[in-house]
Design a protein around this ligand. Structure first.
Ligand code: ATP
Ligand code: MG
Length: 420
């Protein structure tokens, strides 16, 4: 027999037993985002490769080694999206959404060819937010506050917020030179990746995970020292906004983020509960990106959160999914089985939110009852030929809360309405 085909490494099925936790996060996010006036946008999973090169940056991990790129049948280079911001900006420009401020959000799978490990997959899911057309720090504060509200809504209270400012491009240019001078003199102590980045993308060296490189960075020049008046004021007002809202944070001068388009505010929400992959949400300001992608200069700020990491944390915190079913219909006997579908329909008509599963496929009373119990439903509705004859149905509270009774068909809906 041929070997069965398995899912691609690093790409996972989300099975029914875990879906409730995904729904919980998605629902909470949708509600919170609606509460701040954000609208959902859905863009294709595939874009021309050029879009990501131009936005994320040629010399980034993502573009250099993580993209799923391929030539389509026409020979055009396309890529599975590795993140959502580029597509969002493209769509906003293409459809003229940027003539006024826009608050957008998206959700869905992203694809990166990374080494699969805990919290790091090749297909993973993000919910992200992009706010366009607002230059002030108040909107930076808003996107951070809405993430904080989401954590509260999900009962997650152990996340740590780190913030930093990357300055504007002129300030970063000055800083880049200082940093390169400092590191060049110590190049022999840098890891290989960082040595290479010294000439391509030196700022990225700041978030090297290499212990030796990290040690070297302790005494490196600080970006804070080269920031001008405006950048400082923006950062101070961001801090004041967070303080006023009672949000704790740490300033992490090493926080640079892995994508080239960020400037000024950057932030990450981090947990200690996931091992090495502790960043659950990351974002920042990207005032140059819209223009870089051919639109009119438009300030912007956004973030993305990794849903697999949130799912894992919620699981750890003992998330108990809601009951999946209200009732399970057991039908034993030829006539009862034949009558069951119509009876179930009448109940669903009467109670549009009722979650009722029919046994289907017959079987003895005992085996059907076992399935009813295993289904997790609160009630078993029991229909035999004899009950059918008398126009009644047995109703058993499977969770032992109100015993068993017999009800006339027309009274079942009222009973369930009262009990559920
Ligand atoms: P990291 O430093 O962990 O590689 P990143 O800077 O590449 O993160 P972003 O591009 O900012 O991550 O993505 C935002 C969030 O998406 C991350 O904080 C994380 O929660 C999630 N994420 C990113 N890459 C992956 C992945 N390969 N698998 C699962 N989640 C991911
Ligand atoms: Mg990464």
């Amino acid at each position: 027999m041929s070997k069965y085909i398995q899912a691609i490494r690093g790409m996972h099925d989300i099975l029914p037993e875990r879906i409730a936790i995904w729904h919980r996060i998605e629902e909470a996010a949708r509600e919170v985002l609606a509460g701040y006036g954000y609208s959902e946008i859905r863009t294709p999973l595939v874009e021309v490769t050029e879009l990501f090169k131009r936005s994320i940056g040629e010399v980034t991990d993502i573009v250099e080694k993580e993209m799923y790129s391929f030539a389509d049948r026409h020979g055009d280079s396309l890529s599975l999206r590795p993140e959502g911001t580029a597509s969002c900006v493209r769509a906003a420009i293409e459809h003229g959404l940027l003539v006024q401020p826009q608050r957008l959000w998206y959700q869905g799978p992203m694809f990166r060819y990374e080494r699969p490990q805990r919290g790091r997959y090749r297909q993973f899911h993000q919910i992200g937010v992009e706010a366009f057309g607002l230059a002030g720090p108040d909107i930076d504060v808003e996107v951070i506050l809405l993430t904080a509200r989401l954590w509260r809504r999900l009962g997650l209270d152990s996340f740590r917020l780190e913030i930093n400012t990357l300055g504007d491009s002129a300030e970063r240019q000055v800083y880049r030179e200082r940093l390169v001078d400092y590191l060049q003199a110590r190049a022999d102590q840098l890891d290989a990746d960082s040595q290479r980045r010294l000439s391509t993308n030196p700022l990225r060296i700041l978030d090297s995970k290499h212990p030796e490189t990290q040690r070297l960075l302790v005494d490196a020049p600080s970006l804070m020292d080269v920031l001008g008046e405006e950048t400082r004021a923006h950062f101070e007002r961001l801090r004041a906004g967070l303080d006023a809202a009672g949000i704790d944070y740490q300033i992490n001068p090493r926080l640079v983020r892995g994508l080239d388009y960020y400037n000024r505010t950057v932030f990450e929400w981090i947990t200690e509960d996931l091992g090495a992959q502790g960043t659950v949400c990351a974002g920042g300001r990207y005032d140059g990106l819209v223009e870089q992608l051919g639109g009119r200069a438009t300030p912007a700020v956004g973030f993305a959160m990794g849903l697999e990491r949130l799912v894992e944390i919620l699981e750890q915190s003992g998330f108990a999914p809601e009951r999946r079913l209200d009732a399970y219909l057991v039908a034993v006997g030829e006539r009862a089985e034949a009558a069951a579908p119509a009876l179930a329909e009448r109940l669903r008509d009467a109670l549009p939110r009722l979650r009722l599963q029919s046994n289907g496929g017959g079987g003895s009373f005992k085996s059907q009852f076992k399935k009813a119990d295993k289904s997790g439903a609160r009630f078993a509705l029991i229909l035999g030929d004899e009950e059918l004859e008398r126009g009644v149905i047995g109703v058993k509270d499977l969770r032992g809360e109100s015993g068993q009774r017999e009800l006339r068909h027309e009274d079942v809906a009222a009973f369930l309405t009262e009990m559920l």
